[in-house]
Design a protein around this ligand. Structure first.
Ligand SMILES: Nc1ncnc2c1ncn2[C@@H]1O[C@H](COP(=O)(O)OP(=O)(O)OP(=O)(O)O)[C@@H](O)[C@H]1O
Length: 387
């Protein structure tokens, strides 16, 4: 990692990392191996005192490991002077960790100033960062942290961490001190920021649901930062390694799995598709051979327009035309299986057409949802290898 390192994320690797604090019988972090891929959000989840914070703080050398090595972008962090290292690693802690005697602008401009960016470039950057985190610069730049709400302080904390465009962001329970609604907003904002920025983010949390929502991967840790399971959220939900992980997932694991699975990623029901200018006879024959006693009629732009039951088809002669009932509900392929389930339960029909860029791609039924869960479980068994 050179001094000029900024921008998109780089991989972080922990190799046999141990931290033994003076006077402690057992190490706080015990021989941990962990690879954090570039540009991903990795969540460290585990009970209080298991060593999450210690693990994270060794990455930016706020704590020095007793043994083992930590590589960022392939370079050993010990080769860098700690302060220089930290200028290229954003760090966000609970309540933002802002300096109370500095204004918002001074807090955000801290690292750019240390990097000797000059007043004009720093001021521009402060403004851009406030915009990025949704705070009006004219209104907030000159305030002091005590004049901000908890959520606003947290946003400033994120803005400060991102100011020098570091490739790596360490976030230690950053949203722990705000109310649940603000917390959900901040989580959504972090995800949309990450869509733009692709940083490598290590994020400590107690909250498994937060881990599922934000993480590309989740590391579930126990005493000594020992990794019990490290995988994608869907794989952990579908196939928890043991009772300890099951305990973390808590109640409703199957529903949480539906929350992280998109319709575009599951096999949809193959309902008979018809067009307006087709002879009803043809469609009737296809429906008779299919599993579902109805057909979906697409318009000229491949959008789901109407649907025809087998009974309606029975009496229909000639072209389909305007026959059948209007399709009222459709769902986008980016929606989660849980949202589809809700749409199914709300609608009168027992199926909902799925669209991608407004074109019909398949349908979702209760059976589709059930099969998807089965397949996710199967796939997770294959994915659930230790990494
Ligand atoms: N400076 C220190 N000196 C001695 N022991 C320490 C020090 N810092 C942490 N520890 C111990 O190391 C262990 C791991 O602490 P750490 O703060 O990393 O856990 P954590 O998982 O982040 O906990 P929490 O979720 O409660 O923040 C704990 O047993 C803690 O008491």
């Amino acid at each position: 990692m050179s001094d000029s390192t900024t921008g998109a994320g780089v991989a972080i690797e922990l190799r046999g990392v141990t931290k033994r604090f003076a006077g402690q019988r057992v190490p706080a972090v015990d021989n941990v191996d962990l690879t954090i891929p570039a540009g991903e959000i990795v969540m460290l989840v585990g009970p209080s005192g298991c060593g999450k914070t210690t693990t994270m703080r060794m990455i930016n050398r706020l704590i020095e490991p007793t043994s083992g090595e930590i590589l960022i972008g392939g370079e050993d962090v010990r080769k860098k002077e700690p302060n220089a290292l930290r200028r290229h690693i954003g760090y966000v802690i609970q309540a933002g960790g802002l300096f109370p005697h500095m204004s918002v602008a001074e807090n955000i401009g801290l690292v750019p100033r240390m990097l000797k960016w000059g007043p004009t470039k720093t001021a521009e950057r402060v403004k851009a960062m406030l915009d990025l985190v949704g705070l009006e610069p004219g209104q907030y730049a000159d305030r002091y942290p005590r004049q901000l709400s908890g959520g606003q302080q947290q946003r400033v904390g994120v803005a400060r961490a991102l100011a020098a465009d570091p490739p790596v962001l360490l976030m230690d329970e950053p949203f722990g001190a705000v109310d649940p609604i603000t917390r959900a907003h901040l989580q959504d904002e972090l995800l949309s920021l990450q869509d733009e920025l692709s940083k490598t983010i290590v994020f400590v949390t107690h909250d498994f649901d937060e881990a599922v929502k934000l993480g590309d991967r989740i590391a579930i840790l126990t005493t000594g930062s020992t990794i019990v399971q490290y995988d994608e959220p869907a794989a952990i939900l579908a196939n928890p390694a043991n009772d300890f992980v099951r305990g973390f997932i808590g109640a409703g694991g199957a529903m949480k799995l539906l929350n992280v699975t998109r319709l575009a990623d599951i096999e949809l029901a193959d309902i008979v598709v018809a067009s307006r200018d087709e002879p009803a006879e043809e469609v009737r024959r296809r429906v008779a051979r299919s599993h579902t006693p109805w057909a979906v009629v697409l318009d000229a732009n491949q959008r789901p327009d109407r649907w025809l039951s087998a009974e309606t088809l029975e009496d229909l002669r000639g072209e389909i035309g305007d026959a059948g009932d209007k399709v009222h509900t459709t769902i986008n392929g980016r929606a989660t299986v849980r949202e589809a389930l809700e749409a199914l339960l709300k609608s009168d029909a027992n199926w909902v057409p799925v669209t991608v860029r407004r074109k019909y791609v398949g349908s979702v039924t209760l059976e589709t949802v059930q099969q998807a869960i089965g397949r996710l479980r199967e796939r997770a068994k294959g994915l659930g290898r230790p990494r």
